[in-house]
Ligand binder design. Sequence first.
Ligand SMILES: [Zn+2]
Length: 497
Amino acid sequence: MKVEMDDIDDLTICDSVSSLIEGCRLPVHMTGTNDWPLAEIISIKDVASSKYYYVHYVDFNKRLDEWVTEESLDTRKVHFPRKDTGGCSTGVSTPKKLQIGGGSGSVACPASGGGGGGGGGGGSGIIAASGGVANLPSGGGVVSRPASPVNNVELLNGNAVLAAALQKRINRKRKGPSLESEDSQDAPQGLTPGPRQSGSMVSHHDDIVTRMKNIELIELGKHRIKPWYFAPYPQEMVNLDCIYICEFCLKYRKSRKCLERHLAKCNLRHPPGNEIYRKDNISFFEIDGRKNKVYAQNLCLLAKLFLDHKTLYYDTDPFLFYIMTVLDIRGFHIVGYFSKEKESTEDYNVACILTMPPYQRKGYGKLLIEFSYELSKFEGKTGSPEKPLSDLGLLSYRSYWAQTILEILLSMKPIGENEKPQITINEICELTSIKKEDVISTLQNLNLINYYKGQYIITLSKETIESQLKAMESRKIRIDPKCLHWTPKDWGKRAKW
Ligand SMILES: [Zn+2]
């Protein structure tokens, strides 16, 4: 892994914090830890004669970015941004993309060289990664980007981003269908959607505005959640202590009072659309991005708070949204969702995928993934998630692929006596709907493929088998295909979605 630092000048002794500017890199005390990792100053603001610094920890995910005060800065070791990149008042240097751990390239390249595995014969291979899940470098997928110092405070809000997006689209001189806007709040974007560039439209506004979190806190049902990333909520929603979101229709309000007024009128107790799956308290609702545009847009806005790269706010028409909920006496509460293109030319079966933070690390992410492959099985094809995956998304997928494939391998019976069970890669794909590339990379990651007497064989060690059985035990909730009531539509045959 190579990190280019060519936009950074040599180490400079900094006599006081007053000489710090945006783009400087220095050790910063990370809140809640005893660590002082290298961080970049993204923005500086004065509030009541105190200076606040918005910092990005260079080797960590952006979700850890935060405002700190002077005391958290170690000014003995400051790297100033290089002067010849255009100067700090005008220079918007070209964002550099750095791929770490296959974050934006192929999904599951071997985590640490791996490969080969040595020509083990017989029944036991050597497994490199215990537990069957390859590890990512911490904060994998974090991209090192130079600062783009824009000192204009006017730009520091969502509306400016939207205006910029609109301008970009006008410049492209391409027209799309207008939004149906019930009222300005429900369709805050108020923009004419432009052409999609990819399934979920990767963000192109890699600037100071979108690099900074702009929402303090959201209240969603009984949860209060701290956002991780920027989301283009309208300006009047930014800089509030908290945004109050109706957990059923996802409309947002400025205060609890406003939300209470809304709840008195809002009759929804579940996401709009059809409930296509229910088992125990878990349900899935299918939402058409064209028919339920306001809901879909509000969902995308909410999701953007927790997804760094994927941004899709305007043109929800080409997508279906699958919302996973848990049911209690108050209603169906959103746990997570994934979006999916109605037609994908590249066999993507998921565009964006998110488990809401209060429900993370409880097995729901894998349940969402399992459901997406169940839909692909019903469609009779293989699929793969759209890239780039987030760091957490990649971990979940790798773990899901490993478990699913090992489950199949362990269930195989030998055909005859003294015969070893046989299966082809294609058969694994057919059984799981996992795309061939992902199957192969998973087998490689797990170091299961060996070349023996002229053919490739899969060897399972005791350790692999044991860790797999353990993993299966901990996965208590599973998707039951019998509870899915759904027929795939052939969107290609329709003139319009
Ligand atoms: Zn509502």
